[in-house]
Design a protein around this ligand. Structure first.
Ligand code: GCO
Ligand code: MG
Length: 403
């Protein structure tokens, strides 16, 4: 089954997505998501200039061989650009393999290990009352798990707050990064109050999650974890900058609050110590940013050995092709924990037609052959690339801080 064409489409139906399309000699086509928010064109160029020409003439069925050919063959291993590009190829080849087999992808991955995939949505507000209203909206939609973020008093902009009630949080905008402000003391005072407010209002029958977005030092994160233990969060996410794996030992030494990390990881090597030393509870690597289904399953298998569960990143800046791939993996791995689902808005549905479903807080990838996502290139052409950057974060004295 020879590959006859591989091409990249960058489109912006509300936000930028990079999509790889692979065609084979017998007419079976596969797609993969290659979106790296704020750095989209670097992956598009890596694919178009370096990987697509190498794919022509290769056997589309040899997924494992192609993965190593691209990973080891580059010599320059890992990193978000390389691993996102390899991921797109990998997912497109799995899509082709499953379509050729006439099966939904999850069947090829071993079949369903559960009936549905527990997902969490994002509630946010500029005040605690707004947050409560948005939290209630998620419960009304059927969510069994909700992430809560609220504006920190004294800071004019805080991570994770949607622009208006009922809208989805969108961090990237403008062709220069917007500048946010940060003050750790104010945040550390406020975060437990916010969680207490949610528990008082909604009780303990819903999973409560919170994202710290890499902003604390290890000892500050330990303090936060200890302060919120009584509110029984499902997890606190990305408490410290994720590249420092040993920092998580300090957090562990100070709290039993479950810790999740991994949306910025690109390979098993980024989380090897975190997993094997049992420093985290949930690994949040995504299909798109960590080498595709082939490599993600390897990470999840390592995690399974050490009692670490999965909790993949699923922000709106991962395309519906990535969301579908995540759901197929989630349905099949034994150590599944939870999946983020932020959803997609605006004209995204014109460009990507999906077969996944959301019912009462659980998702299912659907039973269409392959990934179950059709990419409409004509529709994509109506929404050209629109440069957008993620924000930069500064402390009140002007120092650049982790965003
Ligand atoms: C999350 C993430 C996102 C990221 C975004 C960056 O938990 O969903 O933290 O909100 O900031 O994906 O592009
Ligand atoms: Mg996050």
């Amino acid at each position: 089954m020879k590959i006859t064409d591989a091409r990249v489409v960058v489109s912006s139906p509300g936000r930028n997505y990079v999509t790889l399309i692979i065609e084979t000699e017998d007419g079976v086509t596969g797609i993969g998501d290659a979106t790296l928010n704020g750095r989209e064109l670097s992956v598009a160029a890596y694919l178009a200039d370096h990987l697509c020409p190498l794919l022509i003439g290769r056997d589309a069925r040899r997924i494992e061989d192609t993965w190593h050919y691209l990973y080891k063959g580059a010599y320059w291993r890992r990193g978000p650009v390389t691993m996102t590009a390899i991921a797109a190829v990998d997912v497109a080849l799995w899509d082709i393999k499953a379509k050729a087999a006439g099966m939904p992808l999850y069947q090829l991955l071993g079949g369903a290990a559960r009936d549905g995939v527990l997902v969490y949505g994002h509630a946010s507000g500029t005040t605690l009352d707004d947050l409560s209203a948005d939290f209630q909206r998620h419960l009304d939609l059927g969510y069994k798990a909700v992430r809560a973020q609220a504006a920190v008093p004294g800071l004019d902009k805080t991570y994770g707050i949607a622009g208006g009630s009922g809208t989805v949080y969108e961090p990237a905008n403008g062709n220069r990064p917007q500048e946010d402000t940060w003050e750790t003391t104010a945040y550390l005072d406020f975060a437990p109050v916010m969680m207490g407010h949610i528990r008082e209002r909604f009780g303990y029958g819903v999973h409560l999650l919170h994202d710290v977005h890499h902003r604390l030092s290890p000892i500050e994160a330990g303090r936060l974890g200890a302060a919120v233990e009584r509110y029984r969060p499902f997890w606190i996410e990305d408490p410290t900058p994720a590249e420092d794996q040993s920092a998580f030992r300090v957090i562990r030494d100070h709290t039993t609050t479950p810790i999740a990390v991994g949306e910025v990881f690109n390979s098993i090597w980024d989380c090897q110590q975190l997993i094997t030393e049992r420093l985290i509870d949930y690994i949040r690597t995504s299909v798109s940013h960590s080498g595709g289904i082939t490599h993600l399953r390897r990470i999840f298998s390592l995690a399974e050995l050490y009692g670490v569960r999965t909790g993949s990143h699923g922000a709106g800046d991962l395309s519906p092709a990535a969301m579908a791939a995540a759901l197929h993996v989630d349905l099949t791995v034994p150590n599944f924990g939870i999946q983020e689902y932020m959803g997609h808005t605006g004209p995204v549905g014109e460009v990507f037609r999906t077969s996944y479903t959301f019912t009462d807080g659980y998702m299912h990838p659907g039973d269409a052959p392959g990934l179950g996502v059709e990419f409409d290139e004509d529709a994509a052409a109506r929404y050209p690339y629109d440069p957008k950057y993620l924000p930069v974060n500064r402390r009140l004295d002007g120092t650049v801080h982790d965003w």
